[in-house]
Design a protein around this ligand. Structure first.
Ligand SMILES: Nc1nc2c(ncn2[C@@H]2O[C@H](COP(=O)(O)OP(=O)(O)O)[C@@H](O)[C@H]2O)c(=O)[nH]1
Ligand SMILES: [Mg+2]
Length: 381
């Protein structure tokens, strides 16, 4: 039995194994996240925050109203996105220090991400402010905003300006952006957003390493693309680990962790391992109300020994499960609606079988390919 997917486990020890794997793999959502956006007044810091969060102009006004903690210092804006996530928009860290409140003191104790925003032609005198920021945060990103200012000039001009800034600030990388269109007083309400995607990606990549990417993604106005990523990551794990002994526990934990992540993304609430695992049997009418063990056995081969076909089945089930959860949560419905959950699952399951039938698992190798597949899948119903 050594090479079986269940590794000879009985029901109780199987559940314990899954729960342990869940705890090991789930992100710690009780961590805090502090992001500082530093740059001169009117460089577009607030606009950049809105663009990073994919907010529309209307949403941007809402967040400023709801989340802002009023500061003593005139040019300091503190955005409290939730109890654990703070964004501070300020000309420099000195202004944050001057505020000297509980919130700013806590913030200065640990800054995860520093974003330094400059505009216009290079100015070496800003290096001091950047160095101050660098010393206080785990990672930093330099942004040259308002690149639309050079739209009438030859495109090489922006490149030259970027290089000059790199040289003066002594940094290897600068993200050129445009974040025009958030100003409610603007006479031209057209949004002109450029260069924000690579910046958001780089920040996300860094946060991922610290298990903090969900803390920020949760506040994006458009969450589907992050949902796609959660599902793609789970599918890669299932496809890759299907053949190892004890993989049933691994696969089940992977599914439950992804459900927990989707749950946090859409609701902002943490789902316990018990609650996440309790949802799984409800997907199938035959296993609803009974155990997780029966549910897992219903789709894994009876011998419990994995082969290519079984791995394909596990991927198909995982895709259908997570697409169902994504669809229910993104439409503000509740996972407790078991009938809805089962009927959605049935149609996603049929669709997933169709999509993956002609596809060898080895055809899809990396995360971008899985993301494309999941994205098409979610958009295709
Ligand atoms: N031309 C241009 N204007 C921008 C851009 N980003 C923001 N603005 C404008 O610059 C002004 C200051 O923006 P704001 O985000 O409040 O800057 P902050 O003071 O640094 O927070 C506003 O009128 C914005 O509409 C941009 O990329 N290009
Ligand atoms: Mg501002």
């Amino acid at each position: 039995m050594r090479d079986s997917a269940f590794d000879g486990l009985d029901e109780k020890s199987f559940f314990d194994r899954v729960q342990a794997k869940f705890v090991e793999k789930a992100p710690d959502l009780s961590q805090s996240l502090n992001i500082a956006i530093i740059g001169k007044v009117s460089s577009g810091k607030s606009s950049l925050i809105n663009a990073l969060l994919k907010l529309s102009r209307r949403k941007a006004l809402e967040i400023a109203k709801v989340g802002a903690v009023s500061g003593v210092t005139k040019d300091l804006t503190i955005l409290k996105l939730d109890e654990k996530v703070y964004l501070i928009d300020s000309p420099g860290l000195d202004d944050v220090r001057a505020e000297n409140s509980e919130v700013t003191k806590n913030f200065l104790r640990h800054i995860d991400v520093g974003i330094f925003v400059v505009t216009g032609s290079s100015d070496a005198s800003q290096k001091k402010s950047l160095d101050d920021l660098r010393q206080h945060c785990d990672s930093f990103f330099v942004v040259l905003n308002k690149i639309d200012e050079w739209d009438d000039l030859d495109p090489t001009v922006v490149d030259d300006v970027v290089n000059q800034w790199k040289n003066d600030l002594k940094v290897d990388k600068i993200y050129p952006t445009c974040t025009k269109g958030y100003d409610p007083k603007s006479r031209n309400p057209k949004m002109d957003i450029r260069g924000v995607f690579p910046l958001r990606n780089a920040i996300e990549e860094f946060l991922e390493k610290k298990g903090k990417d969900l803390l920020l993604a949760r506040h994006m106005a458009e969450k589907q693309s992050y949902g796609v990523k959660i599902i793609a990551v789970a599918l890669i794990a299932v496809a890759g680990q299907a053949f190892i002994p004890g993989s049933a526990a691994f696969i089940t934990a992977t599914q439950a962790v992804a459900i927990g992540s989707l749950y946090y993304l859409y609701t902002g609430k943490v789902l316990s391992s018990k609650a996440a695992l309790a949802i799984l049997p409800t997907f199938l009418a035959e296993t609803a109300g009974s155990s997780l063990f029966l549910f897992v056995k219903s789709f894994l081969p009876p011998t419990g020994v994995f082969d290519v076909a079984a791995a394909g089945v596990a991927v198909v089930i995982t895709l259908a499960l997570l697409a169902t959860v994504n669809s229910i949560l993104s439409s503000d419905a509740k996972l407790e609606q078991e009938e809805l959950l089962r009927s959605k699952f049935r149609s996603y399951h049929e669709q997933a079988k169709d999509v993956l039938r002609d596809l060898a698992l080895t055809d899809i190798r990396d995360l971008p390919e899985w993301k494309v597949l999941v994205s098409k899948f979610l958009g295709g119903l």
